[in-house]
Design a protein around this ligand. Sequence first.
Ligand code: SIN
Length: 480
Amino acid sequence: MDITQFSVFENRCLVNGEWLSSEETLAVSNPLDQSVITTVPVLSEQIIEQAIVDADIAQKKWKNVAPNERSRLLRDWFDLLIKHQDELAAIMTVEQGKPLKEAKGEITYAASYIEWFSEEAKRGYGDIIPSAASSEILVFKEAIGVCAAITPWNFPAAMITRKVAPALAAGCSILVKPASETPLTALAIAKLAEQAGFPKGVFNVITGSSTKIGQIFTQSPLVKKLSFTGSTEIGAKLMAQSAPTVKKLSLELGGNAPVLVFNSANLEQAVQGVMDTKFRNAGQTCVCANRIYVQSEIYDVFIEKLKLEVEKMKMGNGLDADTDIGPLINRKAVQKVEEHIADALSKGALLVTGKTENTEGNWCVPTLVKDVTQQMLCAKEETFGPFAPIFKFETEEQVIEMSNDTEFGLASYLFTQDINQFIRVSRGLDYGMVGVNTGLISNAAAPFGGVKSSGIGREGSKYGMDEYLEMKYVCLGNIN
Ligand code: SIN
């Protein structure tokens, strides 16, 4: 499939309403066979700095555009994403590797954030607070200013719209640096934003060196807010770099999601839930199950049922309709999964199904291993691939302790039919999100985010707009 012929295809950057190319470029390749699809610009420091200045000028006008007009433009952008979802999904599959059916799902998911925030644009309510003094306390909610976003390759569309849509709804302008592996989905989405009619400079997409762009964004006093999705290591670095200019930050960082399957669980539901959360995007999501804890009474039967489902998965080219699992993003990602499997097996875990070594290219066979312990690498680090390690536990207290024994706190899941247990365990888990009897928790209407080293802030939902707004307290004195 030649995605370069699509009407939404674009390989130049959108900066202040202009489509820019550059002499120096970056190759974008297909993870299926490493073939080069196209190149994108490496924009110079000077152009990026000017882009920030122009975004500041654009923002000063944009914040005064009536909320219902901002809402209408977002709605038009949403309609265009839906209209072009097949082309957008194919671009995503070719540059990222995920199966077409998942890519289509991601476009719908990405569009749902635009739809949600097109509605929230009209609801930037302030407050009037009763005061004991002879004054009135007013709270205005105001757009924070120029924002910057650095987004990952695992969700090339949704991680952009869930930052850009609330920013634009709030009256901010935004510059996005998409992942170097997947800039084409971002540029196609930007092309549709241009068609929707957003004024020049309010939405910009910049490609080039991640380190350099991160430095420019964080050092600029004009950039008032940075939103980042990616690793905890890079998130902490961006946080330190942002300190001198005291920026507002949203950080959606690493996870190490536990799944707790209790004796009381509906086993079919639990197996389906684990399949959904473990193997979505070939295990390359921050909310993917990383550790699967199964209570002793159902341990063997659960593993047998899960094994049957894992073995049904078809690995292949994401463009083929029957593919369930595509290639991983690159060879380094495969090596990390293989390292986790080898470590577990060397420390006494047992292989249930899968392939543990000598894979080729970016392929990684879905692998199930049992009798895993807290001492193994996969208990401590995020695997980010199709490896499902199963741990045995005896009691509720024990599994809560094991689940919380990590620096991360993004997503967690539990399966039980006992209502009291679901409440006790949900309260006991030190995580920003808990899925109960489901492996799919992502939703534009829900507050997505983590605690501990998994980040700061929430994306989506009614709370997502606040990340792009400042409160201004106005004291109205002498009102008697
Ligand atoms: C992520 O992996 O960072 C996001 C996953 C999601 O939105 O479901």
